[in-house]
Ligand binder design. Structure first.
Ligand SMILES: O=C(O)[C@H](O)C(=O)CO
Ligand SMILES: [Mg+2]
Length: 259
């Protein structure tokens, strides 16, 4: 069975943010991931991890002004200084929590614009080398344009090319099966091919982004495929529960039986 990380931004919303760590551990998770931890002090997050024996698998670097619907800054030519500040902020949280993976969001920009491409490449190279010195991986995640219209990194091919071009050992793909299925399909074959550059996996049903049960993707097959491929990383459960979080954990209980 893969090592599942509960996404505490989307799951366990019945609890206040810090209490979600306790609830996830009580439900049997050994790892969690977060979208944005920045409303809470690094030590407060670290204390919840520690008291529950949880590993923090991943979180996102600061995405810019969320109230203005910004979704990252990396591809925005005039925002490089804020990318640098964001790297410093994210590293403070990573040091406190022991997290070894950070996701850099590209932001909203025209994927065909050479200025955006150059800005993105510069930001990715800068962030990867800043993280590399601390033994932390930088993750790039293609996101589908139905959920986030205008998102710059909207293709697995573009992510794969940049990772190959830059050739930095700590620069990896965040393979979200939900986005992959919407963007390109061919999920199992893509996993087989891209596993060597994959640093983190995420899951949800398609198209509803609920529990990994039913709908378009055959998750029992895909979980077994990750095991067959020898994937030893985390699988982030980045889904919105259909009803209650605990009521929707039948799929997790079935997977735990296969352990
Ligand atoms: O939306 C996603 O799939 C990302 O993983 C994310 O965290 C963006 O906020
Ligand atoms: Mg994702």
């Amino acid at each position: 069975m893969p090592i599942f990380a509960a996404n505490l931004t989307l799951m366990f919303n019945e609890w206040s943010f810090l209490d979600r760590f306790d609830a996830a551990a009580d439900a049997g998770f050994r790892a969690v991931e977060l979208q944005f931890p920045y409303d809470h002090a690094p030590d407060a997050v670290a204390a919840r991890l520690e008291r529950n024996g949880l590993t923090l698998a991943l979180f996102n670097m600061p995405p810019g002004d969320r109230t203005a619907a910004e979704r990252g800054l990396a591809a925005l030519p005039d925002r490089f200084d804020e990318v640098r500040t964001g790297v410093d902020t994210a590293l403070r949280y990573a040091e406190a929590t022991g997290c070894r993976r950070l996701h850099l969001m590209s932001g909203l920009a025209d994927a065909a614009d050479p200025a955006a491409q150059a800005a993105y490449r510069r930001a990715v190279a800068y962030a990867a080398s800043a993280l590399g010195g601390r033994g932390i991986d930088l993750l790039l995640e293609p996101i589908n344009g139905r959920d986030v219209p205008g998102y710059f990194l909207n293709s697995f091919t573009a992510a794969e090319r940049l990772i190959a071009d830059l050739g930095l050992s700590n620069l990896k793909l965040q393979f979200d099966l939900y986005h992959r299925q919407i963007l390109h399909g061919d999920v199992a074959m893509a996993l087989r091919r891209l596993l060597p550059v994959t640093g983190h996996v995420q899951i949800a049903s398609v198209p509803s982004r609920h529990e990994p049960v039913g709908e378009e993707l055959n998750y029992p097959f895909l979980f077994a495929e990750l095991d067959r491929l020898g994937y030893r990383g985390f699988v982030g459960c980045e889904y919105r529960p259909r009803a209650g979080t605990l009521d929707g954990l039948g799929w997790f209980a079935s997977q735990r039986k296969t352990e």
